[in-house]
Write a protein that binds this ligand. Structure first.
Ligand code: NDP
Length: 267
């Protein structure tokens, strides 16, 4: 049996095992996707185990997405550009790091809107924001503006990706077609955090959220009230997982069954 798993700390809340095991089961693949809850000080030791036991693939989440990079045999161009590895696969005995978060963003957006030619504002300047910028650039957005609480981080990201930047406080100056909420503000907070005043959200916007706990964040609820199209964070989770599944198995992922397993785990 081939072993895969989610490498994170904590990991027990992860929905990835439900999604990936549904994929394996549907295709009759004799593989198991497990939880690997590993603290940062045990990461190197864990990777020795991965090599020894020939674990075939990992999803990588907080806090290991950057720390794992120098410990792998190679990291591909996409992950280097985004600056984080969220997926590891075994190829010819080597552990390779890549990033499928940008695919999660891209596919989630494309379910509801075109990206090409659109004015895009991305809130945040961390890993999820970097994956968002990458996805929007690749899909030829008209303009991409990164707004962050800490301006210096937005400036550095914008310089690296040749896009615009500013402070979240100045959101009113922008009238995006697509707004991507890629900060961690409001994560695991039922009551949510107001990151953008409700009155600045418009019906014509597509509002995407990367957080999926809670599923309906403050910005998603506010956007829904205005009649805007919304995209909740579990779509990104699903699409990045499907991309990883394809990479690991070289098979067409059973999207519907993986989606159903995620929704069952969520609701
Ligand atoms: P990082 O820690 O790299 O970045 C966090 C970002 O959030 C920073 O820009 C930070 O701003 C900003 N931020 C945090 N708190 C606040 C606040 N109260 N007000 C304004 N800005 C704030 O995190 P990631 O980019 O890795 O992750 C961001 C979110 O994306 C997480 O909630 C994570 O769960 C989610 N995610 C979802 C995925 C999915 O599949 N759906 C995949 C990956 C991530 P500053 O620079 O000022 O500190």
């Amino acid at each position: 049996m081939d072993i895969y798993g989610i490498l994170a700390f904590p990991a027990s809340h992860s929905l990835s095992p439900a999604i990936q095991n549904a994929g394996f089961k549907t295709l009759g693949i004799n593989s198991s996707y497990d939880f690997f809850e590993i603290t940062p000080d045990k990461l190197e030791e864990f990777l020795s185990k991965v090599r020894k036991e020939k674990i075939r693939g990992l999803s990588v989440s907080k806090p290991h997405k950057q720390a794992i990079m120098p410990l792998l045999d190679s990291v591909d161009k996409v992950a280097l550009k985004i600056g984080a590895v969220n997926t590891v696969y075994l190829k010819n005995g080597k552990l390779i790091g890549t990033n499928t978060d940008w695919i999660g963003i891209e596919k989630s957006l494309l379910e509801k809107t075109e990206i090409k030619g659109k004015k895009i504002v991305i809130l945040g300047a961390g890993g999820a924001a970097r994956a968002s910028v990458y996805a929007c650039k690749k899909n030829k957005a008209k303009t991409i503006t990164v707004l962050n609480r800490t301006l210096s981080k937005a400036k550095a990201l914008a310089k690296e990706f040749a896009c615009e930047y500013g402070s979240i406080k100045d959101f009113k100056l922008y009238k995006p077609d697509i707004l991507i909420q890629a900060t961690s503000a409001g994560l695991n907070k039922k009551e949510g955090i107001k990151i953008i005043p409700e009155k600045l959200l418009r019906k014509e916007m597509v509002v995407m959220e990367v957080i999926y706990s809670p599923l309906e964040t403050k910005i998603i609820k506010d956007a829904q009230k205005t009649g805007a199209k919304t995209i909740t964070g579990e779509r990104m989770l699903l699409h990045q997982a499907v991309a990883a599944f394809k990479l690991w198995t070289s098979k067409k992922a059973p999207f519907k069954e993986m989606e159903e397993a995620l929704n069952k785990a969520l609701y």
